[in-house]
Design a protein around this ligand. Structure first.
Ligand SMILES: [Zn+2]
Length: 118
């Protein structure tokens, strides 16, 4: 008989690195939930104010693009990728009429900045 390993050696301590990131992960998970909600509802509730997504690089993203690219956004945000899809938060555009989506270049609706056509 040749050499044999008795039992399986468990390397203790593996997988514990990054445990302190627990709070951060929760926050990122919460952001993804907010992005998904914004992509679906498009408006804050209550109030009906227009939402947009703030990317980690400072760019703005409309809810339509968020909807289309939710997979990329969720991956980048949860994994911390610096690929332009990492989200730092969801916000209401109160009155910035010169806010445009950095992805599709469409204007992002504002709550008070302009009259909405009926
Ligand atoms: Zn867009």
């Amino acid at each position: 008989m040749g050499y044999s390993i008795e039992g399986v050696r468990t390397i203790r301590g593996q997988g514990t690195t990054g445990v302190t990131k627990g709070d951060e992960m929760t926050e990122q998970g919460n952001i993804i939930v907010q992005v998904k909600r914004a992509a679906k509802e498009k408006y804050a509730w209550p109030g009906g104010y227009p939402l947009f997504i703030v990317l980690a690089n400072g760019a703005a993203l409309c809810t339509e693009c968020a909807k289309k690219e939710i997979g990329l956004i969720a991956a980048a945000t949860s994994q911390g990728y610096q690929d332009g899809w990492k989200v730092s938060g969801v916000d209401v555009n109160w009155e910035d009429t010169s806010l445009y989506c950095d992805h599709c270049s469409e204007p992002i609706e504002s709550a008070y900045g302009e009259e909405q056509e009926a």
